[in-house]
Design a protein around this ligand. Structure first.
Ligand code: UD1
Length: 416
C-alpha cells in the first residue's frame, strides 16, 4: 500500500501536458483483439489500468510491446477466451474484452469485473443487449460464460446510455454477419474515438457520438494506428487543483471542447479561464465562491468522473454548492474523507451539499476510489500543513506521473 504525503497550502503554477485518456485507451486496446494484423496506439498513458489491459491481451495470447507511450499489439495468436479471475477483478474495463472476444471467437468467459466501487455496478444491460443479438449468457455464480452460437445482426437497445455497454456492443457487432444498430447508445467522446478506430480497421460505422450507432463489418478487420484522445478528466483534475489552491496553470495537449460544463463551473466559482484549441490557462486567487447546483449527467453534461474533483475544489468556496450525480447516485464515498479536512460537506440522497469553510486542516485520509481519491488529494493540497493519504496506489490507475507533475507545479508531494 502506498501513502501519499502532501504538504499543502502552496499555489500551483506552471504547465502540464495532458496524457491520453484512460477511458479512451482501454476500449482501443480491447479493439486490437479484433484483427490478425498488428495495431499501434500512441499517447497511451502510463497508468496501471492500461498495464492491466495490456496484461489481459497477453493472457489471451496476443504479443504486446510497450515503448514509452506507444503500445503495439499483435493479436494474430490471441486465441484465448477467458480472462483470469485476478485480472477480471482488477478493473471494470475488463468487461469490454467481452465484446471483442465474442466478435473474434464467438465465446468469452470472465469473472465479475472489478474497478472502483461506485455503488451498484451491474452489467445486466450489457448482457441483455447482447442477448438481443443471439448471445447466450450463463453463470455458475462466479464465472460468466457467453457464447454466440448463431451469429446475427439486427437492432439492440440500451435502457440507459451506458458507456461500457455501448463499447461492448460496438466491439461485438464487428463479428455479426449483418449490420447491428445500437439504440440508446452513449455519446461520450471515448465512444466516438472507438468508432473512428474501428473504421480505421475497416469496419463500417455510422452515428458514433449520437444515440444510434450502426456497425457493419463485411470483411476481416485489418491493423490500424491511432493516437489516444486527451484525458478530459485528468485535465479537469489539474484545473480543479489550481482553482482550489490558487495559482496560474497552463494545461497543454488537451481539448477544452470536451469539458465545457467543468470549465463553466470553475468560471462560475471565480476562476479566470482562457482556452485555445488545445490548451487552457486557469488563474485563481484561491478565493472561490459557491456555484449553486451542478448535476452530473451523461455526455455532453457535467461528467460524473469530475463530480468528486469539483466538489473538493469548492470546499473553501464562499456560500453554497450542491453536486448531484444522476449517473452513479451513490458515488459519494469521498465525502466522509473530505470531512476529515474540516470541510462542511454532507450527502443528501444523490447530492453532496457543500458549505464553504474559511480554511481546511491537514488530515490523514484515504483514497476510496480513483476520482474520489483525486478529490481527497485536492483537499490535502489546499490544506496548509502535512496530510497523509493512504491507498494512494489507486490514484495511479488513472493519473500518469502524478507526483512529478505536482512537484513541477510547486506542490510538495511524495509517495512514502
Ligand atoms: C464508464 C467509465 C467511468 C465513468 C462512467 C460514466 C470506463 C472504463 N469507465 O464506466 O469512468 O464514470 O462510464 O461516464 O470507461 N449500469 C447498470 N447496468 C449495466 C451497466 C451500467 O445498471 O449493465 C449503470 C451503472 O451502475 C451506472 C450507470 O449505469 O449507474 C452508468 O454506468 P456506465 O455508463 O456503464 O459506466 P461504466 O461503463 O462502468
Amino acid at each position: 500500500m502506498k501513502t501519499l504525503v502532501v504538504r499543502g497550502g502552496r499555489p500551483l503554477c506552471g504547465t502540464v501536458f495532458i496524457h491520453g485518456a484512460k477511458n479512451g485507451v482501454l476500449p482501443l486496446l480491447a479493439a486490437t483483439l479484433l484483427s490478425n494484423e498488428p495495431c499501434t496506439l500512441d499517447g497511451c498513458p502510463e497508468i496501471t489500468d492500461a498495464a492491466c489491459a495490456a496484461e489481459i491481451l497477453s493472457c489471451l495470447g496476443c504479443r504486446v510491446g510497450r515503448c514509452g507511450e506507444r503500445i503495439c499489439v499483435n493479436a494474430a495468436d490471441g486465441t484465448g477466451v477467458r480472462i483470469p479471475r485476478e485480472l477480471s477483478g482488477k478493473m471494470r474495463a475488463s468487461v469490454t474484452f467481452l465484446g471483442a472476444m465474442l466478435a473474434r471467437h464467438g465465446r468469452a468467459e470472465l469473472f465479475a469485473p472489478g474497478g472502483c466501487v461506485l455503488g451498484e455496478r451491474p452489467i445486466d444491460w450489457h448482457i441483455r443487449a447482447l442477448e438481443a443479438l443471439g448471445v447466450t449468457a450463463e453463470t455458475d455464480g462466479q464465472l460468466l460464460r457467453f457464447a454466440w452460437k448463431r451469429r446475427r445482426g439486427g437492432e439492440t437497445e440500451l435502457p440507459f446510455p451506458s458507456v461500457g455497454a455501448t463499447e461492448n456492443l460496438m466491439l461485438a457487432a464487428t463479428g455479426a454477419p449483418e449490420p447491428v444498430v445500437i439504440r440508446g447508445a452513449a455519446r461520450e467522446p471515448e465512444i466516438a474515438e472507438l468508432g473512428c478506430f474501428l473504421r480505421d480497421m475497416g469496419a463500417e460505422i455510422e452515428g458514433e457520438g449520437s444515440d444510434a450507432i450502426t456497425v457493419f463489418c463485411s470483411k476481416p478487420l485489418h491493423g490500424a494506428n491511432r493516437r489516444v484522445l486527451p484525458d478530459r478528466i485528468e485535465t479537469a483534475t489539474y484545473l480543479a487543483m489550481t482553482a482550489a489552491c490558487g495559482g496560474d496553470l497552463s494545461v497543454r495537449h488537451t481539448d477544452p471542447s470536451l469539458l465545457l460544463p467543468v470549465l463553466e463551473a470553475l468560471e462560475r466559482a471565480g476562476c479566470t479561464l482562457r482556452c485555445l484549441d488545445d490548451s487552457i490557462r486557469l488563474v485563481s486567487d484561491g478565493r472561490l465562491r459557491g456555484v449553486g447546483s451542478i448535476r452530473a449527467e451523461v455526455y455532453p453534461g457535467f461528467p460524473t468522473d469530475a463530480q468528486a474533483i469539483v466538489t473538493a475544489a469548492l470546499l473553501r468556496a464562499e456560500g453554497l454548492s450542491e453536486m448531484e450525480d444522476a449517473v452513479f447516485p451513490h458515488r459519494f464515498r469521498h465525502v466522509s474523507e473530505l470531512r476529515k479536512f474540516g470541510a462542511d460537506v454532507r450527502t443528501v440522497g444523490s447530492r453532496a451539499v457543500i458549505r464553504g469553510v474559511a480554511r481546511l486542516n491537514p488530515a490523514n485520509a484515504e483514497v476510496t476510489d480513483l476520482r474520489g481519491g483525486a478529490g481527497v488529494l485536492i483537499a490535502a493540497l489546499a490544506a496548509k500543513g502535512e496530510s497523509r493519504i493512504a491507498n494512494a496506489e489507486l490514484l495511479l490507475r488513472g493519473y500518469a506521473a502524478l507526483d512529478t507533475y505536482l512537484q513541477k507545479l510547486g506542490a510538495e508531494v511524495f509517495f512514502a
